[in-house]
Write a protein that binds this ligand. Structure first.
Ligand SMILES: *Cc1c(COP(=O)(O)O)cnc(C)c1O
Length: 385
Protein backbone atom coordinates (compact mmCIF):
# COMPACT_ATOMS: atom_id res chain seq x y z
CA UNK A 1 0.00 0.00 0.00
CA UNK A 2 1.09 3.56 -0.69
CA UNK A 3 -0.16 5.88 2.06
CA UNK A 4 -0.43 9.51 0.95
CA UNK A 5 -2.92 10.95 3.41
CA UNK A 6 -0.63 12.29 6.11
CA UNK A 7 -2.76 15.38 6.67
CA UNK A 8 -5.60 13.11 7.79
CA UNK A 9 -3.34 11.22 10.17
CA UNK A 10 0.19 9.86 10.24
CA UNK A 11 1.58 6.51 11.37
CA UNK A 12 3.05 6.36 14.89
CA UNK A 13 6.82 6.21 14.72
CA UNK A 14 8.49 3.12 16.16
CA UNK A 15 10.45 5.19 18.71
CA UNK A 16 7.21 6.87 19.77
CA UNK A 17 5.48 3.54 20.30
CA UNK A 18 8.45 2.26 22.32
CA UNK A 19 8.41 5.15 24.81
CA UNK A 20 4.64 4.79 25.26
CA UNK A 21 4.64 1.07 26.06
CA UNK A 22 5.84 1.18 29.69
CA UNK A 23 3.12 3.71 30.56
CA UNK A 24 0.44 1.37 29.26
CA UNK A 25 1.80 -1.53 31.30
CA UNK A 26 4.01 -1.38 34.39
CA UNK A 27 4.03 2.43 34.89
CA UNK A 28 0.28 2.85 34.83
CA UNK A 29 0.02 5.25 37.76
CA UNK A 30 -2.39 8.16 37.98
CA UNK A 31 -0.29 11.33 37.79
CA UNK A 32 -2.42 13.01 40.46
CA UNK A 33 -1.57 10.47 43.18
CA UNK A 34 1.26 10.87 45.67
CA UNK A 35 2.82 7.40 45.96
CA UNK A 36 5.78 6.46 43.79
CA UNK A 37 3.82 4.95 40.89
CA UNK A 38 1.85 8.18 40.53
CA UNK A 39 4.93 10.35 40.98
CA UNK A 40 6.63 8.41 38.20
CA UNK A 41 3.76 9.29 35.87
CA UNK A 42 3.91 12.91 36.98
CA UNK A 43 7.65 13.11 36.28
CA UNK A 44 7.14 11.60 32.81
CA UNK A 45 4.42 14.16 32.14
CA UNK A 46 6.55 17.12 33.21
CA UNK A 47 9.48 15.92 31.08
CA UNK A 48 7.07 15.61 28.18
CA UNK A 49 5.89 19.17 28.74
CA UNK A 50 9.47 20.38 28.28
CA UNK A 51 9.87 18.58 24.95
CA UNK A 52 6.61 19.89 23.56
CA UNK A 53 7.50 23.41 24.69
CA UNK A 54 10.96 23.19 23.08
CA UNK A 55 9.58 22.39 19.63
CA UNK A 56 7.55 25.63 19.55
CA UNK A 57 9.86 27.92 21.55
CA UNK A 58 7.57 28.07 24.59
CA UNK A 59 8.12 27.63 28.33
CA UNK A 60 6.87 24.34 29.82
CA UNK A 61 4.43 26.24 32.09
CA UNK A 62 2.78 27.61 28.97
CA UNK A 63 1.76 24.15 27.70
CA UNK A 64 -1.36 22.23 28.70
CA UNK A 65 -2.12 18.73 27.46
CA UNK A 66 -5.46 18.05 25.82
CA UNK A 67 -7.24 15.25 23.98
CA UNK A 68 -6.13 16.63 20.59
CA UNK A 69 -6.42 19.49 18.14
CA UNK A 70 -10.19 19.76 18.40
CA UNK A 71 -10.17 20.14 22.18
CA UNK A 72 -7.27 22.62 22.03
CA UNK A 73 -9.15 24.79 19.52
CA UNK A 74 -12.31 24.69 21.63
CA UNK A 75 -10.55 25.52 24.91
CA UNK A 76 -8.70 28.42 23.29
CA UNK A 77 -11.53 30.02 21.33
CA UNK A 78 -14.37 29.54 23.79
CA UNK A 79 -12.04 30.18 26.71
CA UNK A 80 -11.06 33.62 25.40
CA UNK A 81 -14.57 34.44 24.15
CA UNK A 82 -16.23 33.80 27.51
CA UNK A 83 -13.39 35.37 29.49
CA UNK A 84 -13.43 38.61 27.53
CA UNK A 85 -17.09 38.92 26.54
CA UNK A 86 -17.60 41.94 28.77
CA UNK A 87 -15.00 43.77 26.62
CA UNK A 88 -16.69 42.83 23.35
CA UNK A 89 -18.23 39.97 21.47
CA UNK A 90 -16.52 40.12 18.09
CA UNK A 91 -14.21 37.42 16.71
CA UNK A 92 -12.26 37.37 13.44
CA UNK A 93 -11.36 34.14 11.67
CA UNK A 94 -10.77 32.99 8.09
CA UNK A 95 -13.14 31.26 5.70
CA UNK A 96 -10.89 28.17 5.37
CA UNK A 97 -10.46 27.06 8.98
CA UNK A 98 -10.73 23.44 10.12
CA UNK A 99 -14.22 22.46 11.37
CA UNK A 100 -12.81 22.45 14.92
CA UNK A 101 -12.50 26.25 14.58
CA UNK A 102 -15.41 27.04 12.24
CA UNK A 103 -17.97 25.04 14.20
CA UNK A 104 -16.73 26.50 17.48
CA UNK A 105 -17.18 29.99 16.02
CA UNK A 106 -20.65 29.07 14.77
CA UNK A 107 -21.53 27.83 18.24
CA UNK A 108 -20.44 31.19 19.64
CA UNK A 109 -22.57 33.01 17.04
CA UNK A 110 -25.54 31.14 18.50
CA UNK A 111 -24.55 32.55 21.90
CA UNK A 112 -24.63 36.15 20.65
CA UNK A 113 -21.06 36.59 19.44
CA UNK A 114 -20.37 38.13 16.04
CA UNK A 115 -17.83 36.43 13.78
CA UNK A 116 -16.12 37.86 10.68
CA UNK A 117 -14.85 35.27 8.20
CA UNK A 118 -11.98 36.78 6.18
CA UNK A 119 -11.80 35.89 2.48
CA UNK A 120 -8.71 34.08 1.21
CA UNK A 121 -8.74 34.76 -2.56
CA UNK A 122 -7.49 32.44 -5.27
CA UNK A 123 -4.19 31.59 -3.59
CA UNK A 124 -5.88 30.63 -0.31
CA UNK A 125 -4.23 33.36 1.75
CA UNK A 126 -5.83 36.17 3.76
CA UNK A 127 -4.93 39.82 3.20
CA UNK A 128 -3.64 41.84 6.13
CA UNK A 129 -5.59 44.85 4.80
CA UNK A 130 -8.84 42.83 5.13
CA UNK A 131 -7.88 41.90 8.68
CA UNK A 132 -7.25 45.55 9.61
CA UNK A 133 -10.60 46.55 8.10
CA UNK A 134 -12.43 43.84 10.05
CA UNK A 135 -11.08 44.95 13.42
CA UNK A 136 -13.63 46.79 15.55
CA UNK A 137 -13.67 48.14 19.11
CA UNK A 138 -15.51 44.97 20.18
CA UNK A 139 -12.97 42.58 18.65
CA UNK A 140 -11.55 40.32 21.37
CA UNK A 141 -10.07 37.43 19.42
CA UNK A 142 -8.47 36.60 16.09
CA UNK A 143 -8.22 32.89 15.28
CA UNK A 144 -6.44 31.95 12.06
CA UNK A 145 -4.77 28.67 11.17
CA UNK A 146 -1.09 28.39 10.28
CA UNK A 147 -1.23 25.81 7.45
CA UNK A 148 -4.45 24.67 5.83
CA UNK A 149 -5.27 20.97 6.05
CA UNK A 150 -6.76 20.75 2.54
CA UNK A 151 -4.69 22.98 0.27
CA UNK A 152 -1.63 23.39 2.50
CA UNK A 153 -1.43 27.18 2.19
CA UNK A 154 0.54 28.96 4.88
CA UNK A 155 -0.89 32.17 6.36
CA UNK A 156 1.22 35.21 7.35
CA UNK A 157 0.91 34.39 11.05
CA UNK A 158 3.68 36.67 12.35
CA UNK A 159 2.12 39.67 10.59
CA UNK A 160 -1.37 38.80 11.81
CA UNK A 161 0.06 38.50 15.31
CA UNK A 162 1.66 41.91 15.05
CA UNK A 163 -1.65 43.50 14.09
CA UNK A 164 -3.40 41.67 16.94
CA UNK A 165 -0.79 42.84 19.44
CA UNK A 166 -1.05 46.46 18.29
CA UNK A 167 -4.82 46.39 18.86
CA UNK A 168 -4.55 44.44 22.11
CA UNK A 169 -6.58 41.55 20.66
CA UNK A 170 -5.85 37.94 21.63
CA UNK A 171 -4.55 35.76 18.80
CA UNK A 172 -5.11 32.02 18.56
CA UNK A 173 -3.52 29.95 15.81
CA UNK A 174 -4.44 26.38 14.87
CA UNK A 175 -0.96 24.98 14.30
CA UNK A 176 -2.05 21.36 13.94
CA UNK A 177 -0.81 20.98 10.37
CA UNK A 178 2.31 23.12 10.66
CA UNK A 179 3.91 22.06 13.95
CA UNK A 180 6.71 19.60 13.23
CA UNK A 181 6.68 20.33 9.50
CA UNK A 182 7.73 23.96 9.24
CA UNK A 183 9.44 26.12 11.87
CA UNK A 184 6.97 27.23 14.54
CA UNK A 185 8.18 29.63 17.22
CA UNK A 186 5.37 31.11 19.29
CA UNK A 187 7.36 34.27 20.01
CA UNK A 188 8.37 34.95 16.42
CA UNK A 189 4.80 34.23 15.32
CA UNK A 190 3.34 36.63 17.93
CA UNK A 191 0.64 34.18 18.99
CA UNK A 192 -1.09 34.05 22.38
CA UNK A 193 -2.49 30.55 21.87
CA UNK A 194 -1.46 27.71 19.56
CA UNK A 195 -3.09 24.29 19.06
CA UNK A 196 -1.08 21.10 18.49
CA UNK A 197 -2.21 17.54 17.78
CA UNK A 198 0.03 14.47 18.18
CA UNK A 199 -1.35 12.25 15.42
CA UNK A 200 -0.53 14.73 12.67
CA UNK A 201 3.18 14.50 13.54
CA UNK A 202 3.64 10.73 13.93
CA UNK A 203 2.33 10.60 17.49
CA UNK A 204 -0.75 8.79 18.79
CA UNK A 205 -4.37 9.86 18.25
CA UNK A 206 -6.39 11.41 21.05
CA UNK A 207 -3.73 13.64 22.54
CA UNK A 208 -2.56 17.17 21.86
CA UNK A 209 -1.44 20.37 23.48
CA UNK A 210 -2.39 23.99 23.75
CA UNK A 211 0.20 26.74 24.14
CA UNK A 212 -1.12 29.54 26.34
CA UNK A 213 1.16 32.55 26.58
CA UNK A 214 2.02 33.45 30.16
CA UNK A 215 -0.58 35.82 31.60
CA UNK A 216 -3.35 34.86 29.15
CA UNK A 217 -6.52 34.05 31.06
CA UNK A 218 -9.13 31.59 29.81
CA UNK A 219 -12.54 30.67 31.13
CA UNK A 220 -12.76 26.89 31.51
CA UNK A 221 -15.26 25.12 29.28
CA UNK A 222 -14.84 21.66 30.83
CA UNK A 223 -15.23 20.84 34.52
CA UNK A 224 -13.83 18.08 36.66
CA UNK A 225 -10.79 17.27 38.72
CA UNK A 226 -8.87 20.43 37.93
CA UNK A 227 -6.02 18.89 35.93
CA UNK A 228 -4.04 21.04 33.46
CA UNK A 229 -4.74 24.33 35.25
CA UNK A 230 -8.47 23.53 35.37
CA UNK A 231 -8.61 23.80 31.56
CA UNK A 232 -8.44 20.15 30.46
CA UNK A 233 -9.66 18.23 33.50
CA UNK A 234 -9.67 14.45 33.63
CA UNK A 235 -7.05 11.81 34.41
CA UNK A 236 -3.98 12.57 32.33
CA UNK A 237 -3.32 10.40 29.27
CA UNK A 238 0.29 9.63 30.20
CA UNK A 239 1.07 7.15 27.38
CA UNK A 240 -0.33 9.63 24.87
CA UNK A 241 1.47 12.60 26.42
CA UNK A 242 4.78 10.74 26.45
CA UNK A 243 4.19 9.73 22.82
CA UNK A 244 3.38 13.30 21.81
CA UNK A 245 6.57 14.52 23.45
CA UNK A 246 8.72 11.92 21.68
CA UNK A 247 7.11 12.83 18.36
CA UNK A 248 7.92 16.51 19.06
CA UNK A 249 11.50 15.69 20.02
CA UNK A 250 12.05 13.75 16.78
CA UNK A 251 10.28 16.39 14.69
CA UNK A 252 12.61 19.07 16.07
CA UNK A 253 15.72 17.05 15.21
CA UNK A 254 14.52 16.09 11.74
CA UNK A 255 12.63 19.21 10.70
CA UNK A 256 15.14 20.59 8.23
CA UNK A 257 15.91 17.22 6.61
CA UNK A 258 12.25 16.32 6.32
CA UNK A 259 11.40 19.70 4.86
CA UNK A 260 13.90 19.23 2.03
CA UNK A 261 12.89 15.61 1.42
CA UNK A 262 9.15 16.29 1.36
CA UNK A 263 9.46 19.43 -0.76
CA UNK A 264 11.44 17.50 -3.34
CA UNK A 265 8.83 14.70 -3.60
CA UNK A 266 6.05 17.29 -3.61
CA UNK A 267 7.62 19.15 -6.56
CA UNK A 268 8.01 15.88 -8.47
CA UNK A 269 4.40 14.93 -7.85
CA UNK A 270 3.07 18.36 -8.85
CA UNK A 271 5.15 18.58 -12.02
CA UNK A 272 4.49 14.94 -12.92
CA UNK A 273 0.73 15.43 -12.79
CA UNK A 274 0.47 18.94 -14.28
CA UNK A 275 2.86 18.12 -17.14
CA UNK A 276 1.28 14.78 -18.06
CA UNK A 277 -2.45 15.26 -17.58
CA UNK A 278 -4.33 17.87 -19.61
CA UNK A 279 -6.66 20.23 -17.77
CA UNK A 280 -5.18 19.33 -14.40
CA UNK A 281 -4.64 22.13 -11.91
CA UNK A 282 -3.02 22.69 -8.53
CA UNK A 283 -5.33 24.19 -5.89
CA UNK A 284 -3.73 26.67 -3.49
CA UNK A 285 -0.50 28.61 -3.61
CA UNK A 286 2.48 26.83 -5.15
CA UNK A 287 5.11 28.56 -2.98
CA UNK A 288 3.49 29.30 0.39
CA UNK A 289 2.60 25.69 0.89
CA UNK A 290 3.15 22.97 3.46
CA UNK A 291 5.86 20.50 2.37
CA UNK A 292 4.25 17.27 1.18
CA UNK A 293 0.81 18.74 0.44
CA UNK A 294 -0.65 18.62 -3.07
CA UNK A 295 -4.25 19.26 -4.04
CA UNK A 296 -5.26 18.77 -7.67
CA UNK A 297 -8.41 19.20 -9.66
CA UNK A 298 -9.17 17.60 -13.01
CA UNK A 299 -11.80 19.08 -15.29
CA UNK A 300 -14.79 16.82 -15.77
CA UNK A 301 -14.31 14.29 -12.98
CA UNK A 302 -15.19 13.94 -9.33
CA UNK A 303 -12.60 13.62 -6.60
CA UNK A 304 -14.53 10.82 -4.89
CA UNK A 305 -14.24 8.61 -7.96
CA UNK A 306 -10.48 9.15 -8.20
CA UNK A 307 -10.04 8.38 -4.50
CA UNK A 308 -12.02 5.13 -4.80
CA UNK A 309 -10.11 4.01 -7.87
CA UNK A 310 -6.77 4.88 -6.27
CA UNK A 311 -7.84 2.83 -3.27
CA UNK A 312 -8.48 -0.18 -5.49
CA UNK A 313 -4.84 0.21 -6.62
CA UNK A 314 -3.65 0.30 -3.00
CA UNK A 315 -3.09 4.06 -2.87
CA UNK A 316 -4.60 6.09 0.00
CA UNK A 317 -5.46 9.70 -0.84
CA UNK A 318 -8.43 11.91 -0.06
CA UNK A 319 -10.77 14.46 -1.58
CA UNK A 320 -9.95 17.14 0.94
CA UNK A 321 -10.40 16.74 4.61
CA UNK A 322 -11.26 13.48 6.32
CA UNK A 323 -13.99 15.34 8.15
CA UNK A 324 -15.76 16.81 5.13
CA UNK A 325 -15.32 13.80 2.87
CA UNK A 326 -18.15 12.03 4.72
CA UNK A 327 -20.61 14.67 3.61
CA UNK A 328 -20.88 14.94 -0.15
CA UNK A 329 -20.92 18.71 0.03
CA UNK A 330 -18.27 20.71 -1.80
CA UNK A 331 -15.32 21.68 0.36
CA UNK A 332 -15.72 25.09 2.02
CA UNK A 333 -12.00 25.63 1.43
CA UNK A 334 -12.21 25.11 -2.33
CA UNK A 335 -15.31 27.31 -2.49
CA UNK A 336 -13.40 29.99 -0.59
CA UNK A 337 -10.64 30.01 -3.21
CA UNK A 338 -13.29 30.69 -5.82
CA UNK A 339 -13.94 27.28 -7.34
CA UNK A 340 -17.39 26.51 -8.73
CA UNK A 341 -19.29 23.62 -7.15
CA UNK A 342 -18.40 21.36 -10.05
CA UNK A 343 -14.69 22.06 -9.71
CA UNK A 344 -14.66 21.78 -5.94
CA UNK A 345 -16.04 18.23 -6.29
CA UNK A 346 -13.16 17.34 -8.56
CA UNK A 347 -10.28 17.63 -6.15
CA UNK A 348 -7.72 15.10 -5.02
CA UNK A 349 -5.51 15.72 -2.00
CA UNK A 350 -2.32 13.74 -1.57
CA UNK A 351 -0.16 14.42 1.45
CA UNK A 352 3.27 12.88 1.36
CA UNK A 353 5.12 11.64 4.44
CA UNK A 354 8.62 10.50 5.30
CA UNK A 355 7.87 6.82 4.56
CA UNK A 356 7.06 7.70 0.94
CA UNK A 357 9.78 7.63 -1.71
CA UNK A 358 10.36 8.74 -5.29
CA UNK A 359 9.38 5.39 -6.77
CA UNK A 360 5.99 5.65 -5.07
CA UNK A 361 5.53 9.17 -6.39
CA UNK A 362 6.18 7.93 -9.93
CA UNK A 363 3.71 5.05 -9.46
CA UNK A 364 1.09 7.46 -8.13
CA UNK A 365 1.52 9.83 -11.11
CA UNK A 366 1.06 6.92 -13.54
CA UNK A 367 -2.01 5.62 -11.72
CA UNK A 368 -3.62 9.06 -11.59
CA UNK A 369 -3.00 9.54 -15.29
CA UNK A 370 -4.65 6.25 -16.18
CA UNK A 371 -7.56 6.77 -13.75
CA UNK A 372 -8.24 10.26 -15.06
CA UNK A 373 -8.25 8.93 -18.64
CA UNK A 374 -10.66 6.11 -17.73
CA UNK A 375 -13.02 8.40 -15.83
CA UNK A 376 -12.98 11.05 -18.54
CA UNK A 377 -13.81 8.49 -21.20
CA UNK A 378 -17.00 7.73 -19.23
CA UNK A 379 -17.78 11.29 -18.13
CA UNK A 380 -20.57 13.28 -19.75
CA UNK A 381 -18.90 16.35 -18.26
CA UNK A 382 -15.76 15.80 -20.31
CA UNK A 383 -16.21 16.97 -23.84
CA UNK A 384 -14.00 14.95 -26.13
CA UNK A 385 -11.93 17.13 -28.38
C1 LIG B 1 -6.66 17.34 12.29
C2 LIG B 1 -6.85 18.79 12.54
C3 LIG B 1 -7.51 19.25 13.69
C4 LIG B 1 -8.14 18.31 14.68
O1 LIG B 1 -7.19 17.61 15.44
P1 LIG B 1 -7.62 16.27 16.21
O2 LIG B 1 -6.42 15.94 17.03
O3 LIG B 1 -7.88 15.25 15.14
O4 LIG B 1 -8.82 16.61 17.01
C5 LIG B 1 -7.62 20.60 13.89
N1 LIG B 1 -7.10 21.47 13.01
C6 LIG B 1 -6.45 21.08 11.89
C7 LIG B 1 -5.89 22.10 10.96
C8 LIG B 1 -6.32 19.72 11.61
O5 LIG B 1 -5.70 19.34 10.51
Amino acid sequence: MIYMDHSATSPVKKEVFEVMKPYLKESYGNASTFYSLGREAKVAMENARENVAKLIGANPEEIIFTSGGTESDNIAIQGIAYKLQSKGKHIITSSIEHPAVIETCKGLENKGFKVSYLPVYKNGIIKISDLKKAIADETILITIMHANNEIGTIQPIAEIGEVAKKHDIKFHCDGVQSVGKIPVDVNKLNVDLLSVSAHKLHGPKGVGALYIKKGTKLKPILFGGGQENDLSPGTENIPGIVGLAKACEIAKLELENNFTYLTNLQEKLIDGVLDNIEESYLNGDREKRLPGNVNFRFTGIEGESIVLMLDSKGIAGSTGSACSSKKLTPSHVLKAIGLEDLDSHGSLRLTIGMENNEEEVITVIEEIKSIVETLRSMSPLWKKK
